[in-house]
Design a protein around this ligand. Structure first.
Ligand code: F6R
Length: 259
């Protein structure tokens, strides 16, 4: 796990976008794993700017979203398909048929989950997975005590996640308790993972993920086992890390080496 601490959330987004750009420049037909939520929004905005400036192209890329609510169709503003179209896909040169989001409206959700896994395999597997982290340590919608060997499946959201996401729904609006999410093992199969977080509200989750034990109570802690994970966080999200200055020192040495 490589921990990269940046002063601001803007710098977190810039560095993450840069990593996606390098990935696409090195392998135009990359398969990317996409997160939704607040954390990657600015990164997507930067990617849109770079694509419009013709510095990168998604024309040969394939994207798989981490998760989708059960019961929301793609025209619902809170659905993750809507989010991806609005924040990224509608503004870049990707072929829409190469963008995938779990089908939260499928009659047979288990079958849809199985097919999603198959599509990822058929596409050659995920080269670069972008992740956010929940305050409770979830990745995707793999909530605490999710099996660390789980595959794409239906998950019930915890009360804390439900409450965290309630801000996006109108008070009278239906807010799903269920989601289809890539499993933890599915995520772990990505060749490279970039997890991003900003703000003090994420500091406990980041501490548990980076420096705590590997445990299903903090699903993100399994990333300690992943050989190529970068954790890109701002000062506030890094504020509870015991070895924060060590991570900063390591990074500064690397930047000196490669500058
Ligand atoms: C979103 C997802 C979630 C979020 C996490 C953080 O597709 O899978 O794990 O990444 O809940 O959400 P934000 O970024 O809104 O704080």
């Amino acid at each position: 796990m490589e921990v990269i601490v940046r002063k601001t959330s803007e710098e977190v987004s810039q560095l993450t976008a840069q990593m996606v750009c390098v990935q696409l420049q090195q392998k135009p037909q990359s398969v990317l794993g996409m997160a939704t939520g607040e954390s990657p929004k600015r990164t997507y905005e930067i990617l849109v700017e770079k694509c419009k400036a013709k510095q990168i192209s998604f024309s040969k890329a394939t994207c798989f979203s981490l998760d989708e609510y059960v019961g929301l169709d793609s025209s619902h503003p809170q659905s993750y398909r809507y989010y991806m179209n609005k924040n990224l896909y509608s503004h870049i040169d990707i072929e829409m048929q190469n963008t995938f989001v779990p089908d939260g409206l499928a009659k047979n959700l288990q079958q849809a989950a199985k097919e999603y896994e198959e599509k990822i395999v058929q596409s050659g597997g995920i080269d670069l997975q972008i992740l956010g982290i929940g305050r409770n340590g979830h990745i995707g919608f793999n909530e605490p005590t999710s099996s660390l060997a789980s595959r794409t499946r239906i998950k019930t959201l915890t009360e804390s996640t439900f409450k965290d996401n309630a801000r996006f729904f109108a008070p009278s609006e239906f807010q799903p308790h269920l989601a289809l999410t890539m499993g933890i093992e599915t995520i772990m199969e990505a060749k490279m993972i970039v997890l991003i977080a900003s703000g003090e509200a994420k500091a406990d989750a980041i501490k548990a993920m980076v420096e705590g034990p590997i445990t299903a109570i903090c699903p993100a802690s399994i990333l300690q086992y992943h050989p190529k994970t970068k954790v890109i966080i701002d000062e506030a999200a890094a504020s509870k890390l015991q070895l924060k200055s060590y991570y900063q020192w390591v990074r500064s040495q690397q930047e000196k080496l490669f500058s």
